[in-house]
Every structure is written in structure tokens, then in C-alpha cells.
Design a protein around this ligand. Structure first.
Ligand code: CMP
Length: 251
């Protein structure tokens, strides 16, 4: 249960506290909910509870029962898996306007990954007991979930393909482009708030290789390295590396 977890100090219903429509618009803008009729959307908002999560807090762990769907209002949440030796792999970093936790929610199975707050976060939480009957009453919504799952499966297939077929620079370039794409509408443009350690856990390369490659690209003015962030200055040469699967080792 969310309230039993450390780092989730508040939870309250959106309706009772009259959340600013700017927060609820996070749900409205999501492709899954965008086409709901106004009454159905209002019903959804009544189910949405507000929660805050402190940076570094674990929201749930792989294997936990899946009792809620989450939508990020602000901040970012990392979906990751870890080995018994302490190695981590980051599957995705979920930012404002995105949802997560849909897999266990929909199939009633356990969580497929850990969810850890990458920064202080504000979330909407929707309980499975309310959400499943709601989805059943909205066939178009079920279809939208299928589309979301297909998109995630496609992305996972791309990642598997890249790990097997792309060289290290191609994988790193692809990850940077994917992350900047997500941030396209952010005011800070192409700045990715991510550490080199996190990038290494996303693409399956050592932090040292990541650092060497990024410094080589920084020398060419393709990227700029900032504390805890990477700014993509030129996307085209990175795209070329991805398409060619080129053997640019950064020297
Ligand atoms: P769930 O299994 O409920 O909890 C973990 C969540 O991580 C999962 O739902 C998805 O929302 C997300 N997730 C799991 N695997 C992936 C993946 N391969 N790519 C993107 N997101 C994922």
C-alpha cells in the first residue's frame, strides 16, 4: 500500500482538495485519456488521488502486487531491475504527463520492475479496484491501453535489437536521442537531467565507456556535459551513428 511506504507522506483525493486544473490536465493530455467523454473524465478524476514522493524513495519493488496505476505530475520516476550482485538496468525514466504501473494493474500479476523516484515527485494514483471496472465500462479506453502496451513492446524490441546489433556509440546515441525526444516540449529544450551512471544502466555500457564517449562528442560540440545533465547540441551526427551502427569509438 502506498501510504505504508517511506517517502509518501501525503495522499488525498483530488476532488476533496480541488486540485488546480493544471494538475488534472496531466491526465487529460495523456493520449489514453484524451478522448474520454467529459463525464467519464470527471469520474476518472474522482478516482485520482494525489501523492508526493521524495527523491530516492521506492514506490514499489519488482514482485510486489500491482494495486495502482500512476501518472506523473512533476518529477521523474525510474523503472529499473537489479541483479542479486547489485547491478542495475534502467528500463525507462517516466516524466511528467506519462503513466506507469499499467502492466500489473491490467493483468493482476506482480510488478515487473522497481519504481524509484529520481527526483521529488508529484503523482496521481488510481486504485485497481476502481480502475478496472472503469476500463470495462469504456471499451475505447481498453483499446488505448493495448496501443500503449504495443508501443512499450516495440521500444523493448528496439532496445533488444540495439543491444545485439548496435555498437556502443550507436546505443549511446540512440538513448540520448530517445531521451531528448521525450523532453522536446520542455522549456530547457534538449537538456537531459541524467547522470552518466544512469545512462550506463540504460544502455548496458560501463560508466567509464560512457564518459569516454561523451567527452569525445563534447570535443566535437555534439553534446555539452553539465553536472547531472547532458545537453544534446547536434542531433544529426548522433542520428547518423544510430542509422549506420557506425564503429566510431570516439577517438
Ligand atoms: P508494472 O509491471 O505494473 O510495474 C513496473 C512498470 O514498469 C510496468 O508496469 C511498466 O509501467 C514499466 N515497465 C516495465 N517494463 C518496461 C519496459 N520494458 N519499458 C518501459 N516500461 C516498462
Amino acid at each position: 500500500m502506498l501510504l505504508e511506504l517511506d517517502g509518501v507522506p501525503q495522499q488525498r483525493t483530488g476532488e476533496a482538495h480541488g486540485f488546480a486544473s493544471s494538475k488534472l490536465s496531466v491526465l487529460r493530455k495523456h493520449p489514453i485519456f484524451a478522448d474520454l467523454e467529459p463525464e467519464a473524465f470527471e469520474q476518472l478524476c474522482r478516482y485520482a488521488k494525489h501523492a508526493t514522493l521524495k527523491r530516492g524513495a521506492t514506490l514499489f519493488s519488482k514482485g510486489d502486487p500491482g494495486v495502482s496505476l500512476y501518472a506523473v505530475i512533476s518529477g521523474t520516476v525510474k523503472m529499473s531491475i537489479s541483479s542479486s550482485e547489485g547491478r542495475n538496468a534502467i528500463l525507462n525514466i517516466i516524466g511528467p504527463g506519462e503513466i506507469f504501473g499499467e502492466m500489473a494493474l491490467l493483468d493482476g500479476g506482480s510488478r515487473s520492475a522497481d519504481a524509484i523516484a529520481n527526483s521529488n515527485c508529484e503523482l496521481f494514483v488510481i486504485d485497481r479496484r476502481e480502475f478496472i471496472p472503469f476500463v470495462k465500462s469504456q471499451p475505447a479506453l481498453a483499446m488505448k491501453f493495448i496501443e500503449l502496451l504495443c508501443e512499450r513492446l516495440r521500444r523493448t524490441s528496439d532496445q533488444v535489437e540495439q543491444i545485439i546489433l548496435l555498437n556502443l556509440p550507436g546505443r549511446l546515441a540512440s538513448a540520448l536521442l530517445r531521451l531528448t525526444e521525450k523532453n522536446k516540449l520542455e522549456p530547457q529544450g534538449r537538456t537531459i537531467a541524467i547522470t552518466q551512471q544512469e545512462i550506463s544502466e540504460m544502455v548496458g555500457m560501463t560508466r567509464e565507456s560512457i564518459n569516454k564517449q561523451l567527452r569525445a562528442w563534447a570535443a566535437r560540440d555534439w553534446v555539452r556535459l553539465e553536472h547531472g545533465a547532458i545537453v544534446v547540441l547536434k542531433a544529426e551526427p548522433l542520428q547518423t551513428l544510430v542509422e549506420a551502427g557506425a564503429s566510431d569509438d570516439g577517438d
